[in-house]
Design a protein around this ligand. Sequence first.
Ligand SMILES: NC(=O)c1ccc[n+]([C@@H]2O[C@H](COP(=O)([O-])OP(=O)(O)OC[C@H]3O[C@@H](n4cnc5c(N)ncnc54)[C@H](OP(=O)(O)O)[C@@H]3O)[C@@H](O)[C@H]2O)c1
Length: 313
Amino acid sequence: MKAIRVHAFGGNDALSLDDLPDPTAGEGEVLVRARAAGVNPVDWKIVRGYLAQFLPHVLPFVPGWDLAGEVVARGHGARRFQVGDRVYGYVRRPTVDHGTYAELQAVPECYLAAMPAKASFVEAAAMPLVFLTSLQALRAAGVAAGQRVLVLGASGGTGAAAIEIARALGADVAGVASDKNHAFVRGLGASAAYGYAGATEAGLPGVPAGAFDVICDCVGGGTLEASRPALREGGHVVSITTRESPPFAGLGDRYHYVFVEPSSRQLKELARWFDEGRIAAHVGPTFPLARAAEAHAESESQHTRGKIVITIE
Ligand SMILES: NC(=O)c1ccc[n+]([C@@H]2O[C@H](COP(=O)([O-])OP(=O)(O)OC[C@H]3O[C@@H](n4cnc5c(N)ncnc54)[C@H](OP(=O)(O)O)[C@@H]3O)[C@@H](O)[C@H]2O)c1
């Protein structure tokens, strides 16, 4: 089978298309014929070695954490899925080793759920990491129906998912993104879109002071810091980029940092919401497996609209 492997940390030319022996499903695993793999910023950060101190790695490794595909065999004791089932997953294993940029993958069942019945493989591969992140973040901040939520980085993978989920939870949501993406952000269901050019500690331009119950940060840096005046008294901030932010120091346990955990149960919930039309996946550029380096270059631009997906034939 073909897979992308990284033999040494480096830039996008470190992604090499290799021939590897077909894996077999071990105990509690299913063998998945992958049809698509989502690309996330963490993937190029891993390839560049930026996370080597935090995550154990085995070189050479196959990168990638998001997967959609079809079950083609079951290992001993694997009972949740049948051959032919279409599955998706956020497959963050304890070690960076066997990732999802591969035609065939032996995956522990606990990472997987049945794909939304109405999703294509590309849409399903665009969902797991960003939707789990946003769901876990918005729940950490206690988002409830009727609240006002401000999403920072609203046009990217996690930001778009956060808008979708905040709306599904019954919140009124606004997004911060570059001006060229405001129509996209409104199209996701945001009631307002704001820019971040000219942000200062006095605030983000045009964003009303004290108006938001929750700020959901998917970008960090100066945009996060400049969002401080937008938070209402007693409101919550949840960040997926920044463990501590000086302007929010006084919030105590109303400031949350979330690092996404795999959850088969939440993927099932998200699949149901997708099929009910409560959330949608927003696919941006797609690339075939052999062009994974271009997919990573696109992600490194940090200005992609929607999700980058690698297609696997
Ligand atoms: N903690 C976790 O579990 C977790 C999970 C997933 C992702 N992350 C992290 O979260 C970040 C976002 O991930 P992603 O998948 O959403 O990335 P992405 O798809 O590349 O999106 C990045 C978005 O950031 C926006 N942006 C760039 N500079 C900005 C600024 N100064 N102010 C406001 N928006 C800005 C861009 O929008 P414009 O083009 O409109 O500027 C772009 O749409 C990454 O750092 C990633 O590593 C963390």
